[in-house]
Design a protein around this ligand. Structure first.
Ligand code: MLT
Length: 262
């Protein structure tokens, strides 16, 4: 566990293993602990690098707007600070996937392969973007509990809440422990993220698109469509999982990742 100082923020980062660099980028409003099921499991063949994005976990919190391009540039700077010069496998979930698109488009020389889990290529509708701005204001007034209550019912497959209640509770605690300023900044950044659908054709690296079969935020049909628009896209459906597929079904997700990296 380390804290890596960049130009204006310090990013907290956890590393395991040696081998192909595999950068695991968490979703909103979480931190690196959502990769609990991958961190050790994939460390036998990979150098697994799991940062907390700015505003989350133990990383610096910056008020304002955290754009997806800023978050992607933070990660490019982090790789330089860690002296990782070879291209990495970038794996991002949901908001981490929005960051992944920007990383692929802005830092292609740093990218060997891409894995996007439970994410979207389209921008927010005007209504959704306005809703995020309202939520950002509410979180600043009332605290992180606002997003915990709004998001938790959407994150997991119906069975996960029953069969793995500790996962849901641990996720709640991560959200409740997140700084309201960090949550608000990411909400504003997601609200203004661009639609990258037309740019998918520019992402030529092999890309694995992973989706939980019960994901209601990034539904399987939409994600299958993303895989079809990517020049080297592959789709993997994860049974008995919702939006948090790597956390809900780590064995199935890790098998898909291993197969893709072979
Ligand atoms: C996430 O899991 O990162 C969020 O669902 C992303 C979003 O709110 O669009």
């Amino acid at each position: 566990m380390a804290s890596v100082q960049l130009a204006d923020v310090a990013l907290h980062v956890v590393e395991r293993g040696r081998g192909t660099p595999l950068l695991l980028v968490h979703g909103f409003p979480l931190d690196h602990t959502m990769w609990h099921g991958q961190l050790d499991a994939l460390a036998d063949t990979c150098r697994v690098i799991a940062p907390d994005l700015r505003g989350f976990g133990a990383s610096s919190v910056v008020a304002g707007t955290a754009t997806m391009t800023q978050l992607a540039d933070d990660l490019a700077a982090l790789l330089e600070k860690l002296a990782i010069s070879e291209p990495v496998v970038f794996c991002g979930l949901s908001m981490g996937g929005y960051v992944a698109w920007q990383f692929a488009l802005r830092h292609p020389q740093k990218l060997a392969k891409l894995i996007v889990c439970d994410t979207r290529a389209v921008a927010d509708s005007a209504e959704a973007a306005a809703g995020r701005i309202k939520t950002a204001d509410k979180v600043l007034k009332e605290g992180a509990g606002v997003v915990a209550e709004a998001m938790l019912p959407k994150l997991f497959a119906p069975d996960t809440a029953k069969s793995q209640p500790t996962l849901v509770e641990a996720t709640r605690q991560v959200i409740l422990g997140t700084a309201p300023e960090g949550i608000a900044a990411a909400l504003r950044g997601m609200a203004e993220r661009p639609d990258v659908t037309a740019q998918l054709a520019q992402i030529k690296v092999p890309t694995l698109v992973i989706c939980g079969e019960h994901d209601g935020i990034a539904p399987p049909a939409e994600m299958r469509g993303i895989a079809e628009q990517l020049p080297a896209g592959k789709f993997a459906l994860i049974k008995q999982a919702g939006h948090m597929a790597p956390l809900e079904q780590p064995a199935a997700v890790n098998a898909a990742i291993r197969e893709f990296l072979r």
